[in-house]
Design a protein around this ligand. Structure first.
Ligand SMILES: Nc1ncnc2c1ncn2[C@@H]1O[C@H](COP(=O)(O)OP(=O)(O)OP(=O)(O)O)[C@@H](O)[C@H]1O
Ligand SMILES: [Mg+2]
Length: 254
């Protein structure tokens, strides 16, 4: 699988994602949404932002890139999480129903900061942050404590999420996504529920950490003004609505 476009030289360096002609259609109660991705290439270490209004398909795209959502049709979808490895044909994984392997790739290489935070309410902050490390069998080596220190939540490690403010919980969600040292972090509106000042502060912190760890970042947000100073490459998208508003279509490329 080495003689394909995703392994060729690219101006932005080795590609983590090489996506061509991917379509996802979702439908509920007679209202349809279609996401089209004619071409998307994300290089290792790049920081990407997908910015757009509610319902334009940001989470849909992120879920596809995280192998959570199966695309409806695929021209090509290659994923190359390691610089020295061959690109993996993700379409073949989906077509063969290899859901366990998709899950393994997700656990090993991806960190996901979910739109809703996604912390487990019955686990402490420490246990939440340790979840992915635990699944991967990684040792207790002080990573959690160090990250918590960097994110300003060290004194909350033994508390349950319900005892934290929204901003503190967002920091825990970010810490959880970084703790197993993934090569890619997907962050879906990680600061949506915060005031602009707190959002700016947490995002700056997040960007510092991912720069330090050389992590590829794909971030979705409503508000470009919050993140334009952070140096992310913005993906272009266009959204169309049919006159009867029963179909919305978003085309993303970059
Ligand atoms: N599980 C689902 N089943 C059917 N349609 C869905 C489902 N989830 C989302 N949709 C539809 O897909 C479209 C895109 O949703 P998506 O969640 O990707 O948007 P978004 O840009 O992330 O929005 P927001 O900014 O509000 O999070 C919407 O029209 C939504 O109603
Ligand atoms: Mg969303």
């Amino acid at each position: 699988m080495s003689t394909n476009n995703s392994s060729q030289a690219h101006p932005r360096g080795a590609l983590v994602y090489y996506v061509r002609d991917v379509v996802k259609t979702r439908e509920s109660e007679g209202v349809a949404f279609r996401l089209k991705v004619p071409s998307l290439q994300i290089a290792m270490g790049e920081k990407i932002a997908l910015v757009g209004e509610s319902g334009c398909g940001k989470s849909t795209l992120l879920d596809i890139l995280a192998f959570i959502l199966k695309p409806s049709s695929v021209g090509a979808f290659r994923f190359r999480p390691e610089r020295d490895g061959d690109p993996l044909d993700m379409d073949a994984y989906w077509k063969a129903g290899r859901l366990n392997q998709l899950g393994d790739l997700r656990k090993r290489y991806l960190g996901y900061v979910m739109q809703t935070g996604g912390l487990l309410p019955y686990l402490t902050v420490r246990e939440n942050m340790d979840l992915c490390r635990n699944v991967l069998g990684l040792a207790q080596d002080g990573t959690i404590e160090h990250l918590a220190e960097q994110l300003g939540i060290a004194k909350h490690l033994n508390k349950l999420p319900e005892a934290l403010s929204t901003g503190e919980r967002q920091r825990v969600a970010i810490g959880r996504a970084l703790a197993h040292r993934p090569s890619i972090v997907i962050a879906d509106e990680p600061t949506a529920s915060l005031d602009p000042y707190a959002a700016q502060k947490i995002m700056a912190h997040f960007m510092e950490l991912v720069e330090e760890l050389n992590i590829t970042v794909i971030l979705a947000s409503h508000a470009w003004r919050h993140i334009k100073e952070l140096g992310l490459r913005r993906l272009h998208h266009r959204t169309f609505r049919s006159e009867d508003r029963n179909l919305t279509e978003t085309i993303v490329s970059g």
